[in-house]
Design a protein around this ligand. Structure first.
Ligand code: ADP
Length: 319
């Protein structure tokens, strides 16, 4: 293996840069050159390539986002477009490719693997919805931001005796909302994985208010689409002075946490090792304290579920 390439695709997440840093440093130590394709599959298809040196990745571990940029390219589902990508890999004399991204990006990687490209993936998504890895790059940083934000909002909620409905990201996953609620001791949580009863929550919080609770925090996962309904119920049923805060894109970027940096370094160097040792069609993953390799097929044919204890906690807070 003389030259490998890397790209970052789909939603950016903190930890992508630490992974890039370790891919370049590990490769260079093994005398392998590294090409970076810019803007995900878009750069791969259009041949937007840069040479990545030690200097290219110096000082990037503390930066959120991705220095080689990301994008979404819906056309990458077409085989003709995938073949264009393969032609560019040939033109750039690439012996193996590392894709850093979420579920969708791994589907793209799997399509290339089926066409014979030596390819491995690194799970990066703030949603923590990628099957096979306990956690994906960016989740921890995102949770830290969510918890800091809820802590800040609590200051206002308690000073004014208000209720706050806080909406978190996560697409169809309620992981960010649930763990954010757990870590801040929120009074209620609304997530897609567990049946919830908005009126019941509003009545419970009204009762708790009567008994002396001064303010309430309800964390709602965006995937439920229930944010305004929850807020209305708190106003109508509980009579609370209620405010909504949508955390939105604050949850994506920011300096990677220690956890995401170290995880990025480990997944990055393992990805290089896997390619050197001739493995392909696998995702690097964290299982317990170990880095393991999970076949794309397993990743893409299973849904990542919340653990039993998480579900129990969620059930208690969603009515
Ligand atoms: P994420 O990787 O964060 O889940 P997306 O779901 O938007 O983000 O996917 C990122 C990109 O991966 C898409 O824009 C597309 O280029 C590629 N992709 C997604 N699904 C497929 C698929 N089924 N086949 C080929 N490429 C895909």
């Amino acid at each position: 293996m003389k030259r490998i390439a890397v790209l970052t695709s789909g939603g950016d997440s903190a930890g992508m840069n630490p992974a890039l840093k370790s891919i370049v440093e590990q490769s260079r130590r093994d005398r392998i050159s590294v090409t970076g394709f810019l803007r995900g599959y878009l750069g791969l298809v259009n041949g937007l390539a840069i040479e990545m040196y030690y200097k290219t990745v110096a000082g990037i571990a503390r930066k959120g986002g991705t220095v080689i940029k990301s994008s979404r390219l819906p056309e990458f589902r077409e085989i003709s477009v995938q073949k264009q990508a393969i032609a560019n890999l040939g033109k750039n004399e690439i012996d193996g490719l590392i894709v850093i991204g979420g579920d969708g990006s791994i589907r793209g990687a799997s399509a290339l693997a089926a066409l014979g490209v030596p390819i491995v993936a690194i799970p990066a998504s703030i949603d923590n919805d990628i099957y096979g890895s306990d956690i994906s790059l960016g989740v921890d940083t995102s949770l830290n931001t969510i918890v800091n934000s809820i802590d800040i909002i609590k200051d206002t909620a308690s000073s004014h005796n208000r209720a706050f409905v806080i909406e978190t990201m996560g697409r169809t996953s309620g992981y960010l909302a649930l763990v954010g609620a757990m870590a801040t001791g929120a009074e209620a949580v609304v997530i897609p994985e567990v049946p919830y009863d908005i009126e019941c929550i509003a009545n419970r919080l009204k009762e708790e208010h009567r008994k002396g609770r001064e303010y309430s925090i309800v964390v709602v996962a965006e995937g439920t689409g229930a944010t305004s309904k929850m807020s209305e119920a708190l106003k109508q049923i509980s009579n609370f002075d209620t405010r909504i805060t949508v955390l939105g894109h604050l949850q994506r970027g920011g300096s990677p946490s220690v956890f995401d940096r170290i995880l990025g370094f480990r997944l990055g160097s393992q990805a290089v090792r896997a390619l050197i040792e001739g493995r392909s069609g696998v995702m690097m993953a964290l299982e317990g304290s170990k880095i393991v390799e999970v076949p794309f097929e397993d990743v893409l044919t299973h849904k990542k579920l919340l653990g039993k204890r998480y579900l129990e906690y969620a059930r208690r807070l969603s009515r």
